[in-house]
Design a protein around this ligand. Structure first.
Ligand code: PLP
Length: 402
């Protein structure tokens, strides 16, 4: 008799972004020459000073269990970083270190949401955000952002989506996959409304260090001003410090919400790897120059890739304000007798041209593809060349004027 799976397994799908990574791995093991535009992780090595802290931890046998929510040094380093960067104050009881921003967000969803609750978030989205809401037995409610407004995350649609069942709002800025930012003013409007109605506000700031221009983006201060007792900030060392494999993220929020996360994590994974914690302390307290260096390199790549791709009017996209993805509208290359969906397009692009991209369906945005430029300029050049050639071969007509 087949194993009977719990109902929640049928409500969620496994991560489509991770699926692209797995396919690339498989093809490369088979010897296929693949340019990977799918990976949502920095191609840079972890900065040497961070690696050195991990080596020292091993040498000093710092290899045992630690307190579930992280060592005191790490909690203080997280709080200090947010004080320095944003001027907000959090105590050690208001922070927990988790196995990546993903676990921080999952803990938060399990701690705040439950059966029958509605949680409003924006789409196109990073799929984990809505799947975690479902795992918490709650229901995601989607607010659409649009290409014509640069996928701006505006306040009013969130407020319009609130019902008596709304328990939470999840915002992701910079947004994966669109690279759009939420403005301080829009967040203030949402935060004030949330405070009036007692709704939790979760802000995923995992790409907070990857913002290209000096635009105001002090979302933590806005939350502190308007709804501190209802707000949870989730952050991560992964993207900022090129530490995806180390698994370190965190939640900052009111002590009661953090205590609940603590209880959940104590029965799930316990502490983040002790070695990783020492490395994360070095990352957060050390020079932030490597972050700036990587950001500068991403900016050069973004500008170059954007120029290459938009030379073909059928590949329409704006330069993202943050993160490291171009979110490209390929609607003009789809047709009833060619590729019907961006999933078809992405599959054929991989099969015929050896370029891996993530189809928009993964982010609830059919008609788009996400291209990660967290890869070398050589890969970007060759991948763009193949992609442009592929589009020319398959979508020979000029795009319809809009
Ligand atoms: C929007 C967003 N939030 C959070 C995360 C979590 O990253 P990690 O668990 O590596 O910190 C990711 C990873 O891709 C992401 O794209």
């Amino acid at each position: 008799m087949a194993t009977r799976l719990a109902g929640r397994t049928s409500r969620i799908a496994s991560s489509p972004t991770m699926k692209v990574t797995a396919t690339v791995d498989r093809l490369r093991r088979e010897g296929v020459d693949v340019i990977d535009f799918g990976a949502g992780e920095p191609d840079f090595g972890t900065p040497p000073s961070i690696n050195a802290a991990a080596h020292a931890a091993i040498d000093q046998d710092f290899t045992k269990y630690t307190p579930v929510g992280g060592i005191s040094d790490l909690k203080r380093a997280i709080c200090d970083r947010y004080r320095i960067d944003y001027g907000v104050e959090y105590a050690e009881s208001e922070v927990i270190a988790c196995a990546g921003g993903k676990q921080a967000l999952f803990n938060t969803a399990l701690a705040l949401f439950g059966d029958g609750d509605e949680v409003v978030t924006h789409a196109p989205y990073w799929p984990t955000l809505s799947e975690q809401v479902k795992l918490a037995e709650a229901m995601p409610v989607l607010v659409r952002t649009n290409a014509d407004t640069g996928f701006a995350i505006r306040a009013q649609p969130f407020i319009d989506a609130i019902t008596p069942r709304t328990r939470g709002i999840i915002l992701n800025s910079p947004c994966n996959p669109t690279g759009a930012l939420m403005s301080e003013g829009d967040l203030a409007t949402v935060a004030r409304e949330a405070a009036r109605r007692g709704i939790g506000v979760v802000v995923d700031l995992c790409y907070e260090k990857l913002i290209y221009d000096a635009v105001p983006h002090n979302l933590p201060a806005v939350l502190s001003r308007h709804c501190r007792d209802l707000a949870v900030i989730c952050g991560s060392a992964s993207k900022a410090y090129a530490m995806t494999g180390w698994r370190c993220g965190w939640s900052l929020g009111p002590a009661s919400a953090i205590a609940a996360q603590h209880a959940i994590q104590s029965h799930a994974t316990s502490n983040v790897s002790s070695i990783t914690q020492k490395a994360a302390v070095a990352a957060l307290t050390g020079s932030q120059e490597p972050v700036t260096r990587m950001l500068n390199e991403y900016r050069v790549r973004r500008d170059q890739l954007h120029e290459w791709l938009t030379a073909d009017p059928r590949l329409r996209c704006q330069k993202p304000a943050g993160a490291f993805y171009l979110f490209v509208d390929i609607g003009d290359t789809l047709s009833v007798d060619g590729f019907r969906t961006s999933t078809d397009f992405a599959q054929a692009l991989l099969d015929e041209s050896g370029v891996a991209v993530t189809p928009g369906e993964a982010f609830d945005a059919p008609g788009f593809i996400r291209i990660s430029y967290a890869t070398s300029m050589d890969n970007l050049r060759e991948g763009s060349r193949r992609l442009l050639e592929f589009v020319r071969a398959h979508a020979p007509q000029a795009p319809v004027a809009r």
